[in-house]
Design a protein around this ligand. Sequence first.
Ligand code: DGJ
Length: 731
Amino acid sequence: MGIRYVEGKKIFHMDTEHTTYLIGLSPEGYVGHIYYGRKLGSEGNNYLLRMEEAPYTPSVREREKASFMDFFPMECPAGGIGDYRESCLDVRGGSGSIGCELLFKEYRITKGKPVLPGLPASFGTEDEAETLELVCEDRLLGIEVILAYSVFWKCDMITRNIRVDNRGEEHLKLEKVYSACLDMDNRDFEMVTLVGSWARERHIQRGALRFGRQMVSSVKGESSHQEHPFLALVTPETTQETGEVYAMNFVYSGNFMAQAELTQFRQVRMTMGIHPDHFCWNLRPGESFQAPEAVLTYSAEGLGLMTRNFHDFYREHLIRSPYKYRKRPVLINNWEATYFDFDSEKLLAIAREAKKAGIEMLVMDDGWFGKRNLDDCSLGDWTVNEEKITSGLPDLVEKVNEIGLQFGIWFEPEMISPDSDLYRAHPDWAIRIAGRTPSQSRAQYVLDLSRKEVVDYAYGCVADILHSAPIAYVKWDMNRQLCDIGSACLDRESQGELMHRYVLGVYEMQERLVTEFPELLLENCSGGGARFDPGMLYYSPQIWCSDDVDAMERLRIQEGTALIYPLSTMGAHVGDCPNHIVGRNTPFDTRAHVAMAGTFGYELDITKIAEEERAKIPAQVEEYHRYQPLMQRGDYYRLASWSDRKPYDCWEVAAKDSSEALVTFVQVLAEPNMHSRAVFLRGLQEDAEYALEGTEEVYGGDELMRCGYLVPSEPGDFVSRLYHFVRVGQV
Ligand code: DGJ
């Protein structure tokens, strides 16, 4: 299908439907990057490796090796022997020195996509994907390094990962193992990243690439609110529809590094992997280390196509949940309604009112267990607080079910409060450095999930509760980052493994959860959206986007999130006003229209909101369900962007067969003395006619895409409209 070895030229040629990736071997066996980009009809040649130019290759012209090493475009640059650019693999050998030289040994091409044991990873059948493994070796160190590439033909995606096998006699230490590297000539690239903070996650940032190294990264033990494991290099003219884009995303939920380096020779090295800080992995004889997967895509048609490639890929090849394309229940969550101040009666009152409004699930958030009435205790004591849930959890669930709602529950299984029975019994279960008082954050510590007994305990608590009652949904939260990185169980040599082992522990718990409860709807969350990454999507089909549900703030957060992730994955709710974080008032309709771009639900006390707002909910729920199949499967187009200094925001989802399209338009600020605005639809059938639902208007597909649809100007800030166009016939 997509991969072949061109023996005479020593070139590995990988194709997807619209892209080509070429790897070439130097005479000595250095594995070089030749090309990635728009599809090539030809076999390709290796002149882009520039082996005929000074400084030549070491064996052919006997030039000094160091200058060669610092120039050759490497597929997996190893540190310590003359390549001064960012390395992807730093190995400390038995002698104590760092230095590794990888030379090609052999290759394998197989159909399909292998799993990565213990790690989230994309999947594909033998018809959908093909895999190339390049086996490289360093004989002195006694290691084999397997560079794995899987091509997904239809989505124009290539995944990469690296495995290091110690086949020698010495105890080695891996001090850095990245998962992907892309060396290219610079084309005045600009860098697109996602950055932010709590309550303003994943805002899009774009800027020129300068000499030196520029990165986004996390050493917080999770992918983080602040920086995101995503990096795109774009040519300067890049818009939604034009320009070239090279993008990487990391299927991992812990510390990461995503870096672009512009070198002295105006080459660009783009790398992605586990952050080397606080990382040191022991690799004893016979052991292997598997690095997580990085996902690469190339678009010759701007950021929009990149987005749609990622959406298709994650929907088809990463998210496993049966809910992927299933109707998701519209839920009401009591967090912003009550915070910790609730009991069974309050929850039942919310449930009754919610049922009348057509809502389908009640989620009981933080505060139902131990003696937790504030965020300062009880994490780890996962027994129901019967002072609040007076007749016990099974009875509450039964009553909610009788009202006609499903029941969902909140957990924070990775944490331990200093004020908890668990901590009093097992203080050594918290991550901490021996002899040092660890820093608290939100009055809590993090459980040491590198320990099997801790994973078993924490998972067992969740499973016991789920076995006790028919619970349909779990919100899995994580409300602090990691620090004081020490484990009471790891020896001195192994403390550098803790951050990664922690993430593996989280993955193990979530794998057990989705295996034991296959029908459970799992939503990941981390103090809002600090762990919204492809790693978590492997376990949960939806992730809470942000604690900020203000409709205007959400425009930016959801635009950035949807740059990579499908709308069906974005946890989005209608909150109350004034908004609890920014104090802003926005119309109830606008809040709903913005939340409909995600999984949709309510985050308010339905018993207390204004009657006219409550009265709108049934129609909103109905509307969401009507459009949900389109939103779950359709193609997403960003038509205008408030974050790009427009006074309005606009996005569209078009059916893959172009039969319908839904446009959401939000006028953020009214402009005085302004006419209607033209928005140019995408993804329609040029020679078809489209009726605008609720009106007598009919337009040609070409007309809507080339002349645009005129959104009437109206007074008022924060107002929004949905426009549903349905194909009614041929022109
Ligand atoms: C952070 C989450 O994002 C909120 O929705 C809520 O669940 C709180 N944690 C509860 O502590």
